[in-house]
Design a protein around this ligand. Structure first.
Ligand code: GLU
Length: 308
């Protein structure tokens, strides 16, 4: 369905007002102290359309911690670097468990269910790190994001990375567990440090929506991701992008999406649009409460769905 730019702008402005009036923001992630400081009462949205226009509303120029949304771009880099090899170390099935769960890892002998839960993302980051320094692996992810967004002003917030390094005990446990099964090739502290910094990349929804154009394969997107890889990232975002809330997101929104505990969600309408929403308060699954609501309302307004 083609959406008129002016109508969408009007709709998004109304959505900002509606969300502010609801005043139901959810809880910010408090296990990372730097994220606990963020005011939950914020909402921003940006949509990059197939005709090259970008429409934004609310706190669209505010930088936030993209956290797990980075996992999509790290995976894109690893697929570009090592091709399909990564699938010998990590699966492609929804986990049905919390993002930081250790449960399945023991049952499935150290092979994480998918690259978007923390255990799987640690393996992907470990693969990106192979035979080089953390700063080079991180530079590759940043370079990919900057090229995708056509914006060099995308950086890591060191305070968030340090904050998570101080309190990320579950991730330390997951990394050590993976190492005990020989599914981490670097020293755990090296992979963890790289992972914490990758999660601490900060962006605005405007930058994120522009970066998502490569996954949506929009006509004006830089040619840095093959259509085949984009299809695969979309499939994983749809089935695994919201942890144990992935089925609910697919049901309500009908589009692939990836969330982060910073409150951002990247939503892809393949061939039509790349949508980024941000609201720092989370729901029970650790996904943005108002971000999910907004994605649902936008999908309904535009008629965009991968299910026809
Ligand atoms: N850095 C976060 C963690 O590892 C990412 C989780 C998320 O965004 O869902 O706990």
């Amino acid at each position: 369905m083609r959406v008129k730019t002016a109508c969408l702008k009007h709709f998004l402005n109304g959505l900002v007002d509606e969300i502010a009036a609801r005043g139901d923001w959810g809880e910010v992630a408090d296990y990372i102290p730097e994220l606990a400081k963020v005011d939950p009462a914020q909402f921003g949205v940006s949509v990059s359309l197939a005709d090259g226009t970008q429409i934004s509303a609310g706190a669209s120029a505010e930088r936030f911690s993209i956290q797990s949304i980075s996992k999509v771009f790290t995976l894109a880099c690893v697929l570009g670097r090592n091709g399909e090899q990564i699938w010998t170390r990590v699966g492609r099935e929804p986990s049905g468990t919390r993002f930081d769960s250790i449960l399945l890892l023991e049952q499935e002998k150290g092979r994480p269910r998918n690259p978007f839960i923390n255990a799987g993302a640690l393996v992907t980051t470990d693969a990106l790190l192979a035979h080089r320094a953390p700063k080079d692996a991180l530079s590759e992810v940043l370079a990919f994001l900057r090229a995708a967004a056509e914006d060099d002003d995308i950086h890591i917030d060191p305070a968030v990375a340090e904050s998570e390094a101080r309190t990320g005990f579950r991730n330390v446990a997951l990394a050590n567990y993976l190492k005990s099964y020989d599914n981490l090739h670097n020293p755990p502290e090296l992979t963890l440090g790289t992972y914490f910094h990758q999660c601490a990349i900060e962006m605005t929804v405007e930058q994120l929506a522009r970066a998502g154009r490569v996954i949506a394969q929009l006509p004006d997107a830089p040619q840095i991701l093959s259509p085949e890889k984009a299809r695969r990232l979309n499939a994983l975002m749809m089935t695994c992008g919201h942890y144990d809330g992935s089925g609910d997101f697919a049901f309500r929104v009908g589009l692939p999406g990836k969330s982060g505990v910073g409150g951002g969600i990247l939503v892809i309408a393949p061939g039509r649009a790349s949508i980024a929403v941000w609201s720092p308060g989370l729901n029970l699954y650790g996904n943005s409460l108002m971000g999910t609501y907004a994605a649902e309302r936008i999908a309904r307004f535009t008629g965009w769905s991968v299910f026809g």
